[in-house]
Write a protein that binds this ligand. Structure first.
Ligand code: FEO
Length: 405
């Protein structure tokens, strides 16, 4: 049964939700599902913007058919070829073989790499700044390389102010009947999922996201954008500035909040205790915007997400095989992979006979850009002792002073 929603008078959401997928990209846990968004414009010509993952292919096709209401599908605009959006292209080609494909030249290469039977004669390649009229609506195409793949582009309906933003402005979480961000309590219900999606999927490409925001501002004009229609998560029709402000923070790696995220790696609870004592001492100094995480039991996608949120980070790790505890090392590698920068970091190390984790974590952090590693740190042998408390107080003082700057 079809299940679509109207976005404007002649634009329809024809996507679908997947509640069964456990791991997005087979790596990031999903506890509230995900939506794959696609849109149909009913103009003098009919236009489909992107398709959907194969897992929701039947629902997606039912929606497209219902919205078309027997009309042929004239055009398919492909903004992004990643299979969570492109997998159903072949089904579209089988059902509407006359459809003309509008996409970027790099997308055509990827479509062939993924094995889609695209006939060169049915493709209209578009470049940055090209536009195409489908009747009442004229769509302008803007390249968005590395947001999140090299072929990506966004499409802007200059008639109705709709930005089809591909992966940009997307979010984890299924829509479940709602569609617009103003139909949710976005800040409390969705922001964490939006941040976790952005930081883990697109976080590495902050400069490219900044470039897209700048192009949107200069080529389109931010005031002319009335709707943002991403490929995942809710459609935005109100308070677009709120979302754009979040994206500016994330893309420039500027923290959203002054606060401290404490991540500990503890084998028997002793480093955990040190992390707890440090958070108590921070609270006593008025620093209460803190979060404490066990690196062994927290999926790294959540750690990365909060890392983009908070200004300060404390890493507390045991020494393991004379190195950094492996899950903590993996977290550091993810920070590097995602281009994390501009954070203030404090270090706590533990080691029963040869503590090394502090020096090794510092080495890894120094490879990241614009990181401020506090001189104060704490080294303990096996567990926190009375004689460590002076060093712990000094560390808490230094972190509190930095947070309150
Ligand atoms: Fe949701 Fe880059 O695809």
């Amino acid at each position: 049964m079809y299940n679509y929603r109207k976005v404007t008078d002649d634009l329809y959401w024809v996507g679908a939700n997947d509640h069964r997928l456990a791991l997005f990209e087979n790596i990031h846990p999903l506890y509230h599902g995900v939506s794959y968004n696609a849109y149909v414009l009913l103009d003098e010509k009919t236009v489909l913007f992107d398709t959907a993952d194969w897992s929701v292919g039947r629902q997606f096709i039912d929606n497209v058919k219902a919205v078309l209401g027997g009309r042929p599908l004239d055009y398919l605009v492909i903004n992004h070829v990643e299979p969570d959006h492109a997998a159903s292209i072949e089904e579209i080609l089988l059902r509407w073989p006359q459809v003309r494909i509008v996409t970027s030249p790099k997308a055509v290469i990827l479509l062939h790499q993924f094995g889609f039977p695209i006939d060169a004669g049915q493709v209209e390649e578009v470049q940055e700044g090209d536009s195409k009229c489908f009747g009442r609506h004229t769509i302008a195409f803007v390249s968005a390389p590395m947001v999140h793949w090299p072929e990506a582009m966004v499409s802007f309906d200059t008639t109705s102010g709709v930005l089809f933003s591909a992966d940009a402005f997307g979010s984890f979480r299924a829509l479940d009947g709602k569609l617009f961000a103003d139909e949710f309590h976005f800040d409390s219900e969705w922001l964490d999922d939006a941040r976790r999606y952005y930081t883990n999927i697109v976080g590495k490409y902050g400069p490219q996201v900044q470039a897209l925001l700048n192009k949107a501002s200069s080529l389109v004009g931010l005031d002319n954008i009335k709707f943002i229609c991403p490929l995942h998560g809710p459609v935005w029709r109100r308070d677009l500035g709120y979302l754009i402000d979040k994206y500016v923070h994330w893309a420039t790696y500027e923290p959203e909040e002054r606060g401290v995220m404490i991540v500990y790696a503890s084998m028997y609870g002793n480093t955990e205790t040190a992390a707890e004592v440090l958070s108590t001492k921070l609270a006593e100094r008025g620093v209460t915007n803190t979060r404490l995480y066990d690196v062994s039991s927290t999926h790294v996608s959540y750690l990365i997400s909060d890392l983009f949120k908070y200004s300060h980070l404390v890493l507390a790790s045991v020494t393991y095989n004379l190195g950094i505890f492996p899950p903590m090392h993996s977290f550091l590698m993810d920070m590097k992979a995602l281009n994390l920068q501009k954070r203030t970091v404090a270090l706590v190390e533990n080691g029963s006979w040869a503590p090394r984790s502090g020096a090794l974590m510092r080495e890894e952090l120094e490879k990241l850009k614009h990181m401020d590693i506090l001189d104060d740190s704490l080294t303990m042998a096996s567990s926190l002792q009375e004689q460590n408390l002076g060093e712990m107080d000094a560390l808490a003082d230094a972190i509190a002073a930095s947070v309150n700057q």
